[in-house]
Design a protein around this ligand. Structure first.
Ligand SMILES: Nc1ncnc2c1ncn2[C@@H]1O[C@H](COP(=O)(O)OP(=O)(O)OP(=O)(O)O)[C@@H](O)[C@H]1O
Length: 438
C-alpha cells in the first residue's frame, strides 16, 4: 500500500517548526542553484572533468554545485557542511569531488579522508564513486567494511614497515614514516573501530576530512562510539612541531600536515588543521543533542527548498485500499500488473518479509520472479540476490528496511509499502529508492 498525496494534503502538513539551532534557520537554498556543465565548474581539475565525462556525467546537480562552491575556492572548507537534500539528488559526488580535488595536490600519501556509512552495501557503493575519480589524480582509496578478512584489509591499508625490509634502519626513522598507504578510506563503524583498536600503524593523526553519510541514522545508533573516538583522535591541539612519542623521546614531527588556505576561525596557532566535516542525509536531523556529537565547526546548512524533508520531484505516489484479509492477493494482482518492472516491496519486519515471501511461494506460475531480501539471510545470499535483481533475473525483492537507505539500483521503477512505515523518514528513504537522479 502506497501513500497518495491527496489534494490539499500538503496544506495539512504541520507548520514547519523553527529549528532550535540558529545556524539551521538560515540555510543555503540548494534549489537556488541550477545545474552546471562539468566543463564549466570553476577550478575543477580537468583530469576529474574527463573522468566524470567517461562516467557519463555531463552536468552537475544543484547539490553538487552548491557544495563545491562552499568547499573549493576562497571559502575552502572554512565551515563544516551539512547537506539536507532529497534521495537520489547526488549527495555522494557532492562530497567526494571536493575532497578528491583538495587532496590531489598532496605530496605524501597517508590517510587524510575518512567516509563512514552505516552498512556495507552503502559503503561499497560510495567506494565505487571514489574509485572512478580518485585514481585519475593519483590518490589511493580503500574500504574497511568487513567484506574481506581483516588481514586483507590491513595489507591494503598499512605499508610493510621499513624495518622488515631494512632491519638496520633505526627506530626513529621508522617512526617518522606514515604507515597508512591510502589517502581515502570508506568504512563502516564496526570495521573502522577494529582497525583503530587493533591495527598497528593505522593512524588518524593526519586526517583532514571526515564525511558522515546517512547522518541521522549514524547519530541515532552508537555503533561502538566510533564518532567520539574519531573526534578525540583528530582534535587539534596546541602542540608544537616537536612531538613526544610514547617513549618520551622528542621527535621532529614525522609529517606536519600543512594548514589549508583561508583564515580558520578559532584555530590560530595550531599546527594541525581542523578536521573538516561534511555530514549529509535526505532526512538530516535537527536535534541539537544528536548534532552536538559531531563538534561541528561553524556549520553551514545546505537545504533543498523550504521544507524540512522533500521527496524527489519526479516521484508519483498512489494508494491502494483493500481489506486486510485479501491484501496479499491485491499485492499479487498489482505485481502482475507491473510484471517485468523492477519492484521493491517493503514490509514492517523481517518476519513479515519471510511470511509474505513464503505465501507468494504457494502460487504457481506467477508472471514475475521474486525473492526475499532480509537480514534473516546470510550475507552471501543477500549479495547474490541483489546482484540477480540488478541484472534483471529477479523482478521483485521483498524485504524490510535493510534496503531502504541509499541503495541505488538502476531502473528500479516501483516501491511498494506493503505496510506503511511508522516514521516519515522511513517512508522518504524507502520511496527514494526510485525517481533518482532526476
Ligand atoms: N551529476 C550527475 N549526473 C547524472 N547522474 C548523477 C549525477 N550525480 C549523481 N548521479 C547518479 O545519481 C544516482 C544517485 O546519486 P547518489 O546515490 O549520490 O544520491 P543520494 O543523494 O546520495 O541518494 P540517497 O539519499 O538515496 O543516498 C547515482 O546513480 C549517481 O550515479
Amino acid at each position: 500500500m502506497v501513500a497518495m498525496k491527496t489534494k490539499g494534503q500538503e496544506d495539512e502538513a504541520p507548520e514547519e517548526r523553527v529549528p532550535h539551532l540558529p545556524w539551521m534557520r538560515h540555510p543555503v537554498d540548494i534549489d537556488s542553484f541550477s545545474g552546471c556543465p562539468v566543463t564549466s565548474l570553476p577550478r575543477l581539475d580537468p583530469r576529474l572533468a574527463e573522468a566524470l565525462q567517461r562516467m557519463g556525467i555531463e552536468s552537475f546537480f544543484p547539490v553538487q554545485v552548491s557544495t563545491w562552491l562552499e568547499t573549493i575556492g576562497p571559502g575552502a572548507f572554512q565551515r563544516d557542511i551539512c547537506i539536507n537534500s532529497p534521495t537520489g539528488s547526488g549527495k555522494t559526488l557532492a562530497y567526494a569531488l571536493p575532497i578528491v580535488q583538495m587532496l590531489s595536490t598532496r605530496k605524501v600519501r597517508c590517510l587524510r579522508a575518512l567516509v563512514v556509512l552505516p552498512t556495507r552495501d552503502l559503503a561499497l557503493q560510495v567506494k565505487e564513486v571514489f574509485d572512478v575519480i580518485a585514481p585519475v589524480v593519483g590518490l589511493t582509496v580503500a574500504s574497511a567494511v568487513g567484506q574481506s578478512s581483516i588481514a586483507d584489509e590491513i595489507s591494503n591499508l598499512i605499508k610493510k614497515s621499513k624495518q622488515e625490509l631494512y632491519p638496520s634502519l633505526d627506530d626513529e626513522y621508522v617512526e617518522m614514516e606514515p604507515q597508512t598507504k591510502v589517502d581515502i578510506l570508506v568504512a563502516t563503524p564496526g570495521r573502522l573501530m577494529d582497525h583503530i583498536n587493533m591495527t598497528k600503524g593505522f593512524s588518524l593523526e593526519h586526517l583532514q576530512y571526515l564525511v558522515v553519510d546517512e547522518t541521522d541514522r549514524m547519530l541515532r545508533e552508537a555503533y561502538q562510539s566510533w564518532l567520539p573516538t574519531v573526534i578525540q583522535f583528530t582534535r587539534p591541539t596546541n602542540q608544537d612541531h616537536f612531538r613526544h612519542d610514547t617513549a618520551g623521546r622528542t621527535l621532529l614531527h614525522p609529517l606536519t600536515t600543512i594548514r589549508r588556505s583561508g583564515v580558520e576561525r578559532g584555530f590560530k596557532g595550531k599546527c594541525y588543521p581542523r578536521l573538516a566535516k561534511i555530514v549529509c542525509s535526505a532526512t538530516l536531523t535537527q536535534d541539537p543533542s544528536k548534532l552536538s556529537q559531531l563538534e561541528l565547526h561553524h556549520p553551514l546548512l545546505l537545504n533543498s527548498g523550504k521544507k524540512r524533508y522533500r521527496i524527489p520531484t519526479k516521484l508519483e505516489s498512489y494508494k491502494l485500499i483493500c481489506t486486510s484479509n485479501i491484501k496479499p492477493l491485491c499485492l499479487i494482482v498489482l505485481l502482475q500488473e507491473l510484471r517485468g518492472e523492477k519492484c521493491l516491496v517493503f514490509t514492517k519486519s523481517v518476519d513479515d518479509s519471510h511470511r509474505l515471501s513464503t505465501l507468494l511461494g504457494f502460487f504457481d506460475d506467477l508472471p514475475f520472479k521474486f525473492s526475499e531480501f532480509s537480514s534473516l539471510q546470510r550475507e552471501s545470499t543477500r549479495r547474490k540476490t541483489l546482484a540477480a535483481f540488478k541484472e534483471g533475473k529477479i523482478d521483485v525483492l521483498i524485504g524490510s528496511d535493510i534496503m531502504a537507505r541509499g541503495i541505488h539500483i538502476d531502473g528500479l521503477r516501483y516501491v511498494i509499502n506493503y505496510e506503511m512505515p511508522q516514521y516519515v523518514k522511513t517512508y522518504i528513504h524507502r520511496a527514494g529508492r526510485t525517481a533518482r537522479a532526476g
